[in-house]
Unconditional design. Structure first.
Length: 241
């Protein structure tokens, strides 16, 4: 992506990222510049903003897709060279996305709906085809040191309504909030959805689903739905005896 960079990050945009859960240290670690070209003039006129940290970039096709639909008040800050990101789609006004330094998402897909937020603190290593999806005013916040194996799926909502036919009440998640603590390992095909919290140092096992649950720190959750199978564990990305 070759574009014109100018303007440091506006204080109101910084405050908005902080309100979404971005740590001040993550913002302070980079010099941010607002992208002007090749974004069309309407993008700027509608109050949208894309910032890049030094060395950060988005693939040309990802940048082009950002302007597919008319949007207002969208804020995106990217601090990593996201060369292998498949898509970054924004689905409504007021979406907020922060991708920190040392975020690597090979063939990853990010979707942020209207008035929703996604904040990923680095390092994030998503080995392949991770999907991160926030919508309906929901939020996804991941603190530093994430390891996600292939095909991890993190989504606030199911995208379609499921209701009780007697009352008409919606019974599946809507605008949920997901928080991943520091040093979290999501194994292959893991699913985290609905109002969910994964504690610091926790592990979600292969093909497991955490849905509307809390996983304690330093615990292993496995199964669908997940249950705690071991507590007081530590994990390392080093595959040593």
């Amino acid at each position: 992506m070759d574009g014109t960079l100018d303007d440091a990050m506006h204080v109101l945009h910084r405050d908005r990222l902080r309100a979404a859960g971005t740590e001040a240290s993550a913002l302070d670690a980079l010099t941010w510049r607002r992208v002007r070209d090749p974004l069309p003039q309407w993008w700027h006129d509608q109050g949208n903003a894309l910032y890049l940290g030094e060395g950060a970039r988005l693939p040309d096709h990802v940048l082009s897709d950002l302007t597919t639909f008319p949007l207002r008040n969208v804020l995106i800050a990217v601090g990593s060279p996201m060369d292998w990101l498949s898509s970054l789609l924004v689905g409504g006004d007021g979406a907020t996305v922060f991708l920190d330094r040392r975020c690597a998402m090979t063939a990853g897909e990010i979707y942020c709906g209207g008035e929703s937020s996604i904040v990923l603190h680095g390092p994030v290593v998503a080995t392949r085809s991770a999907i991160v999806d926030a919508r309906n005013g929901g939020s996804i916040l991941a603190l530093a040191d994430q390891l996600w194996a292939a095909n991890v799926y993190i989504a606030t909502d199911d995208m379609h309504r499921l209701e009780d036919p007697r009352t008409g009440e919606r019974i599946n998640p809507f605008g949920a909030h997901i928080r991943l603590g520091r040093h979290v390992w999501l194994c292959r095909d893991a699913v985290v959805t609905g109002h969910a919290e994964i504690g610091d140092g926790a592990v979600v096992g292969m093909r497991s689903m955490v849905r509307g649950q809390k996983v304690p720190p330093n615990a292993v959750a496995a199964g669908s739905p997940a249950r705690i199978v071991r507590e007081d564990v530590g994990w390392s990305p080093d595959d040593l005896p």
